[in-house]
Design a protein around this ligand. Structure first.
Ligand code: PXP
Length: 236
């Protein structure tokens, strides 16, 4: 199973004080050094974390793959065509949301999504659609001509009890089987953490998991001891 690490929240921290650290590029290199198979970032329309400058630098520096999560907004598509990341994952975007809340509605927006897919692919970018584990959405994704999807694991990750978690896991299993039969490459992500990831990692047919928030949260805690020890040494 491959792991894509989302470093958006390194940029969230940096932007808190409008300063220069922590540097997302530095974080991306650490992730690659630790075995990440790709680096994921979301250039949001409101630029709340990742900025264009980060994309240019990441594209230049990282050795694995740059997977750019993006909306189908024309300005963002123009930027993607300029930067040409290895992969673009199309996601829905609402300004007020804290994080990407649901999958793309490909059934309703197939024309616009299809044209964005074509434009990005013409620029040599592999395109993935972030969708709910739903047969209708998978079929609509396939019709756009895309070769890859990412299944939204949010319903599974946020399940309040074991029964619901089992139900939503099964939804992911069924969706993966269907998408694989349709010849699509299947990735998954959203809300996965150190407690819920293993059941998803066991699903046959999923190639890559994209994980951000839980890894950055854990990094803060497992790195805190060293950070304090270093400061204590400096001030002695
Ligand atoms: N995959 C996609 C398409 C996303 O939009 C996100 C959130 O940026 C993730 C994966 C990672 O989600 P999380 O930060 O909850 O691990």
């Amino acid at each position: 199973m491959k792991l894509g690490v989302n470093v958006d929240h390194i940029a969230t921290l940096r932007n808190l004080r409008q300063g220069i650290e922590p540097e997302p590029v530095f974080a991306a290199l650490i992730c690659e050094g630790a075995g990440a198979d790709s680096i994921v970032v979301h250039l949001r329309e409101d630029r709340r974390h990742i900025r264009e400058r980060d994309l240019y630098l990441l594209k230049e520096v990282i050795k694995t793959k740059l997977n750019l999560e993006m909306s189908i907004n024309d300005e963002i598509v123009d930027i993607a065509c300029k930067i040409r990341p290895h992969q673009a994952t199309l996601v829905p975007e609402r300004r007020q949301e804290i994080t990407t809340e649901g999958g793309l509605d490909v059934v309703t927006n197939s024309k616009k999504i299809g044209s964005v897919v074509k434009r990005l692919e013409k620029n040599g970018i592999v395109v993935s659609l972030f969708i709910d584990p739903d047969k209708k959405q998978i079929a609509a994704a396939k019709k756009t001509g895309v070769k890859m999807i990412e299944l939204h694991t949010g319903r599974y990750a946020e399940a309040k009890n074991n029964k619901d978690q089992d139900k939503y896991l099964q939804e992911l299993v069924t969706a993966t089987r269907y998408a694989r039969r349709e010849g699509l490459i299947v990735n998954a992500g959203h809300g996965l953490n150190y407690y819920n990831v293993s059941r998803v990692a066991k699903i046959k047919g999923i190639e890559e998991l994209n994980i951000g928030y839980s890894i950055i949260c854990r990094a803060v805690l497992v790195g805190l001891r060293q950070a304090v020890e270093e400061m204590k040494r400096l001030i002695q």
